[in-house]
Design a protein around this ligand. Structure first.
Ligand SMILES: [Fe+2]
Ligand SMILES: [Fe+2]
Length: 196
């Protein structure tokens, strides 16, 4: 049983103005994508894994650009909380890059994926517990909304599921390696925050 239920359209609207709700929904999306990769085989696994890699890269980059800088100064002890989260994110990104170069049918793929899943899960839980709760308490509605806007600009770069019949620019975007995607995400976030 996951702590968060599968998101539906109503949740999308609820999360729209609240950066914490939005990020927690992404944590749920990430969990669902891990399930999808594990359950799928062949081409479907490859496709689900590409979406997982994209969402993880975009999610962590957006957190580093938007919520961590706020948390650092936003509440007592924030500096240390962010330092711990960044160390976890760095480790996860390294595993992610290693996995990204591996074929999804490689015998080493699944053990590595499960390791990444465990790390990502623990990291998300620590964020929710030690960082997000404080962000919600320390920021006003306008602050939560403006951070949410930046997160949404990033999210547009990582469609979590195929949208049959719906043409989206992001879905059709040619995607390069993880590092390039992170760079593009940074640009999109900074633009949304008005500091490019
Ligand atoms: Fe994170
Ligand atoms: Fe996160």
């Amino acid at each position: 049983m996951s702590e968060l239920s599968t998101p539906h359209a109503g949740d999308d609207r609820a999360a729209d103005d609240d950066v914490v709700a939005l990020l927690m929904r992404q944590h749920g999306d990430i969990r669902n994508l891990f399930d999808e990769v594990e359950a799928a085989k062949g081409e479907e696994r490859r496709d689900a894994f590409r979406r997982l890699v994209r969402l993880l890269a975009v999610h962590e980059t957006a957190e580093e650009e938007v919520v961590h800088p706020f948390a650092r100064k936003g509440f007592p002890g924030g500096e240390q909380v962010v330092k711990d989260r960044l160390a976890e994110e760095k480790a996860a990104k390294e595993t992610l890059s290693a996995l990204d170069e591996m074929d999804t049918e490689d015998p080493k793929f699944m053990p590595q994926l499960l390791k990444l899943r465990k790390d990502v899960q623990e990291h998300a839980r620590a964020e929710e517990r030690y960082e997000f709760t404080h962000i919600r308490r320390s920021s006003d509605t306008a602050g939560l909304a403006s951070m949410a806007k930046a997160i949404k600009a990033a999210e547009a770069m990582a469609p979590t599921r195929p949208h049959p019949g719906v043409e989206s620019g992001a879905a059709n975007m040619a995607l390069g390696p993880v590092a390039a995607l992170m760079d593009r995400t940074k640009d999109a976030v900074r633009k949304a925050m008005g500091k490019d």
